[in-house]
Ligand binder design. Structure first.
Ligand code: PGA
Length: 270
């Protein structure tokens, strides 16, 4: 069994360092009894360093929400992998639908970022997923496969072990800017199971069976306490990337608790 990983993507929702510190501290203390699930939060850049100080002695880990593919230079508004490492990040989220679909980030750009993060030993949460229109047009497999092959171009078998894939169907992400005019709802267990199996099969085919078995593929898109169990019980789902429900310990911790309950056969994290 693969170890569950539950990530909290705070996006641009937590505006002050003070608020980020308080939220991180509360989450860290409410998951003290969690022994088998890996948990991270991705605060906005301005609070990464302070949050890391607050949670340094806990099992909670932190992630950057994006980064540039060049280490240093005249790139207004960007952040370097070296700055994320300096702040104490364990992970970086790359390829999220918001930078992809709202700011036009391409698979090629994401690929350069993936390679740069890996070069510096920063683990990657690589997000992929189709829009509602692409799904309606029967393009789900094609879109996800091309995102995988283009974003993972040049990644070795060894490097892939440092990557978590997050399947986040765009239509399920609770963001009206991403989904104007459509009803946003989480993937059903059947939809999620079939997409996750498709992704794992793709990894098996391209990187071999052992890595296909080993790699963690997590689900994101309106995951909450009410649908976490039915999603996390699915064989090919190894955790969740949670947006809205990660903003308070009251809504985030129960999801982590469910993952812990489903992890009886996993050894404790050190
Ligand atoms: P959501 O966001 O849980 O608010 O739908 C998930 C994500 O964008 O990672």
């Amino acid at each position: 069994m693969r170890r569950f990983v539950i990530g909290g993507n705070w996006k641009m929702q937590v505006l002050t360092v003070d608020d980020a510190e308080k939220k991180a501290q509360t989450i860290a203390s409410t998951i003290e009894n969690i022994k088998r699930v890996e948990v991270f939060i991705a605060p906005p850049f301005n609070s990464l360093f302070n949050v890391k100080q607050i949670i340094a002695k806990t099992k909670l880990r932190i992630a950057g929400q994006n980064m540039h593919y060049i280490e240093q230079g005249a790139f207004t508004g960007q952040i370097s992998v070296l700055s994320l490492l300096d702040a104490g990040c364990n992970y970086v989220i790359l390829g999220h639908s918001e930078p992809r679909r709202i700011f036009g980030e391409s698979n090629q750009t994401i690929n350069l970022k993936v390679l740069k993060a890996l070069q510096h030993g920063l683990k990657v949460v690589l997000c992929i997923g189709e829009t509602a229109k692409e799904r309606e047009e029967g393009l789900t497999r094609e879109i996800n496969s091309s995102q995988l092959s283009e974003c993972l171009f040049g990644v070795s078998d060894e490097e892939l072990k440092k990557i978590i894939i997050a399947y986040e169907p765009v239509w399920a992400i609770n963001n009206p800017y991403l989904n104007p005019g459509i009803e946003i709802k989480p993937a059903t267990p059947t939809q999620a199971a079939s997409a996750h199996k498709m992704i794992r099969d793709w990894i098996r085919k391209e990187f071999g069976n052992p890595i296909g078995e080993w790699i963690r593929i997590i689900y994101g898109g309106s995951m909450s306490q009410s649908n976490a169990r039915e999603l996390l019980e699915i064989t090919d789902i190894d955790g969740g990337l949670i947006g809205g429900a990660s903003l308070t310990a009251e809504s985030f911790t129960p999801i982590i608790q469910i993952a812990e309950e489903l992890s009886k056969d996993i050894e404790e994290l050190r």
